[in-house]
Ligand binder design. Structure first.
Ligand SMILES: Nc1ncnc2c1ncn2[C@@H]1O[C@H](COP(=O)(O)OP(=O)(O)OP(=O)(O)O)[C@@H](O)[C@H]1O
Length: 557
């Protein structure tokens, strides 16, 4: 439990000051309830024991306790609601910031975990953060009750402490099993998200073949959900059972005090009644602490998961972006060189490299090769979406140092084969409207799409049209190297021809671009300055004259 609290307080997402403030308020509120009980005690003692002096101020004490209780509870309830929203939103924002900064590969591997954290972990951590308030105030109330019990009768207090300690001990021992079950149940959350994602991503396939969906539902989803249900139920029932055992002990204690303590310990009746009243009051905070344990433990599991996610998403050099003035540092390059670039998906897995290549400014480089040859892997390595195992980047024959390596990413504007078209020009401060309109005309989109409020009027278009807009967005980014992965594959023959024979030369000439494109359009290989072939992870460069037979009428069919 102590560790849970330390872990919770370590997390910057949780406003510790507010939690401490509300805990103090909760203690004041609890103390007013406690004062109420002690005044009742006094009044009862007064009425049954004539030796105790009468005091007329009790009415004011009652009123005082009630007013303090009312004010603090109202303040506390409102505060706790806004605090819970704040913690919840802070955590979501924090995870999303992490996701944005995370290296691409780590992100791909942690997708299911991210969903599980955003949907499940943030809830349990939020609940536990608020539980801390009740937890602390309950502990303070328990201590206050103990002091008052000791004041009423030291011997009865000693006996009560012994029995309460046995109850707490039993509870703690038994709850270990529940903690284990909670951990197992949380593991299932990521499996659930994995299945959920495959159903959402494969919605089209499932829609035309419902049997696919039912198979996933019956063979995978139901199993995970049912197991989760059973495990969670078992864990919480176990907690409740442990709680019951402790409560029974407590009621046994009350019964003993009421029936036997008078004769055995020779205590006066007003002390016994006062003691029983305090025990009944004490039951509230004790039950609170016990019922908070499961949510605290669940939060502990969630915190562990969240911390692991953070570590998985981070890398040695955390991607915090680079300063504005550094962004264009390499934009005026004449030669961008790759030396010994090597990357592997892991031991005994596919690898590319070592690759040596000099890319000259305004080069048009086409890369082709069979399926699975490594073209996309190579491009992702050039773009630094994947960390190199080995190799260095060079700008004009100068090696790029480790601290400048993020600047390399600033050279590229990619359009991936599985591109994503954003609905706005995100990341571009001043959109050049004239330029956008010019490109809309060049890409023959001016009749379909206009620029409205600084963004495209519509992105509800065909795949080929959306790809044209994605390329326009990349061109507006104004970065020197355009990287295209099978861009023309979705274009009709007319536009494909226009793209290779008119658009590429124009953007190279008029807009000072360098182009690296993966393409299987061999009909247009003559438009490239350089043609590279990817073969089992290595790049082979053809010389122009070697290419000529490829463009002869016979080879072109
Ligand atoms: N995430 C991954 N983890 C492990 N291996 C991978 C991963 N992605 C791809 N590979 C392997 O890398 C090899 C090259 O894949 P890549 O996508 O680079 O080929 P490609 O030349 O672009 O193929 P295509 O023309 O079919 O798009 C494949 O054989 C594949 O098995």
């Amino acid at each position: 439990m102590k560790n849970d609290l330390i872990e919770l307080s370590k997390s910057k997402m949780i406003p510790i000051k507010s939690i401490v403030g509300y805990s103090i308020l909760a203690i004041i509120s609890g103390m007013s309830g406690f004062a109420f009980i002690t005044v009742i005690n006094k009044v009862i003692s007064m009425s049954i024991n004539p030796e105790i002096p009468q005091n007329g101020n009790y009415l004011y004490m009652f009123i005082g306790a009630i007013v303090v209780f009312f004010i603090t509870r109202r303040w506390l309830s409102g505060g706790v609601i806004s605090l819970s929203q704040k913690i919840f939103c802070n955590m979501r924002k924090d995870v999303m910031k992490l996701v944005i900064k995370a290296p691409y590969r780590n992100l791909q591997e942690s997708k299911d975990q991210i969903y599980a954290t955003l949907t499940s972990d943030v809830h349990s951590i939020t609940n536990a953060s608020l539980s801390v308030i009740t937890f602390f105030s309950s502990i303070i109330l328990i201590i206050a009750c103990f002091v008052y019990m000791a004041y009423l009768s030291l011997s009865l207090f000693g006996l009560s402490i012994g029995i309460i300690a046995i109850g707490v001990g039993i509870y703690l021992l038994r709850s270990r099993k529940s903690d284990k079950l909670l951990k197992q149940a949380r593991e299932l959350e990521s499996d659930f998200m994995n299945t959920f994602n495959s159903i959402i991503d494969g919605a089209k396939e499932i829609n035309i073949n419902l049997d696919k969906g039912f198979d996933i539902y019956n063979d995978k989803l139901v199993g995970i959900v049912d197991k989760g249900e059973k495990t969670y139920t078992k864990a919480f029932v176990h907690y409740v059972n442990s709680e019951l055992v402790s409560q029974i002990l407590f009621y046994g204690l009350i019964t003993f005090v009421l029936i036997y303590s008078g004769s055995l310990l020779e205590l006066p009746i007003d002390v016994i009644i006062g003691f029983v009243l305090i025990l009944l009051y004490l039951l509230g905070p004790i039950v609170s602490v016990m019922t908070l344990m499961p949510s605290m433990n669940q939060a502990k599991v969630s915190l562990g998961k969240m911390n692991k996610l953070k570590n998985d998403l981070k890398q040695m050099e955390y991607n915090d972006g680079i300063e504005e003035k550094e962004k264009r540092k390499f934009h005026d390059f004449n030669v961008f060189g790759l030396r010994d670039y090597s990357f592997s998906y892991g031991k005994d897995k596919f690898s590319v490299g070592p690759i040596n290549l000099n890319i000259n400014r305004n080069d048009v480089i086409f890369i082709h090769g069979g399926n699975g040859a490594g073209k996309t892997t190579f491009i992702n390595t050039v773009l630094r979406l994947y960390d190199l195992d080995k190799g260095n980047a060079y700008i004009n024959d100068q090696v790029v140092s480790e601290e400048d390596i993020d600047g390399i990413k600033e050279l590229f504007s990619p359009v991936f084969s599985d591109f994503y078209l954003f609905d706005d020009f995100y990341g571009i401060e001043n959109v050049d409207i004239k330029k956008v309109n010019y490109f809309l005309r060049l890409f023959e989109m001016e009749e379909k799409v206009t620029l409205k409020d600084g963004k495209f009027s519509s992105i509800d278009l065909s795949t080929g049209q959306r790809k044209r807009l994605a390329l326009i967005s990349s061109l507006i980014e104004d970065r020197p190297i355009l990287v295209l992965d099978e861009w023309a594959a979705d274009q009709d023959p007319y536009f494909r021809h226009k793209f290779y024979t008119e658009i590429i030369p124009e953007i190279v000439r008029e807009h000072d671009k360098t182009i690296i494109a993966i393409t299987h359009d061999d009909k247009y290989y003559d438009q490239a300055d350089r043609l590279l072939k990817m073969e089992y992870g290595t790049l082979v460069e053809f010389q122009k004259k070697e290419l000529e037979p490829m463009f002869s009428p016979m080879s072109m069919g």
